[in-house]
Design a protein around this ligand. Structure first.
Ligand code: SF4
Ligand code: SF4
Length: 180
């Protein structure tokens, strides 16, 4: 599902609470991430992670618009952990899209009975970060050091119920702090 056009043009500063909630619900339906005007830096990630309490709902492992992206180190680590050759692993578990490897959804390593990842210690970087990522298309300058290089903004997957709630709280608080 595409994101409705109105959310592409909306200015956060003028949005009401219900508009923010509606926008996030639409982003969720479209399985998109919400970009926040916050730099993706260890200290901000640490702060946001402290608000995060996984509900163990499994939504991150069961489904989404695309699969779980795997980088070369993920493939190396997972195949070694599973005592397979990289080729065997890739052939058996991944699909390729735009020349990149992905695990399909539902993830073959999700155990629905226990709600656990059976390759947890070898899991892909994307899963370690979920639901917080550096935005691939938005950069911002750090407030405290305007001369610093631009860094990626934080992007939150709102497929995750905790990610959705945190994104909502942060967007509302950012809007309010910019009204003063
Ligand atoms: S979707 Fe979010 S809350 Fe649910 S299991 Fe994954 S990380 Fe935890
Ligand atoms: S590798 Fe593990 S954490 Fe990642 S999607 Fe699969 S089951 Fe979930």
């Amino acid at each position: 599902m595409e994101i409705p056009e109105r959310w592409r043009k909306t200015n956060l500063a003028s949005m009401s609470n219900s508009e923010i909630e509606e926008m996030i619900a639409d982003m969720r339906k479209a399985d998109r991430s919400v970009n926040l005007p916050i730099p993706f830096l260890p200290e901000t990630i640490h702060k946001i992670s402290a608000m995060f309490h996984c509900k163990r709902c499994g939504r991150c492992c069961i489904g989404g618009a695309e699969g779980v992206f795997l980088n070369q180190l993920d493939i190396k680590r997972l195949s070694k952990g599973m005592e397979m050759s990289e080729k065997q692993f890739v052939d058996e578990f991944t699909f390729i899209s735009d020349g990149r490897h992905f695990l399909p959804f539902p993830c073959p390593f999700y155990d629905a009975k226990s709600s656990l990842c059976i390759v947890y210690q070898f899991r892909p970087d994307k899963c370690k970060l979920f639901p917080f990522y550096p935005s691939s298309n938005i950069t911002i300058t750090q407030d405290t050091n305007p001369s610093a290089n631009k860094v990626s903004a934080i992007s939150i997957s709102v497929r995750c119920p905790e990610g959705r709630d945190i994104a909502m709280r942060l967007l509302k608080s950012y809007r309010d702090s910019n009204k003063r």
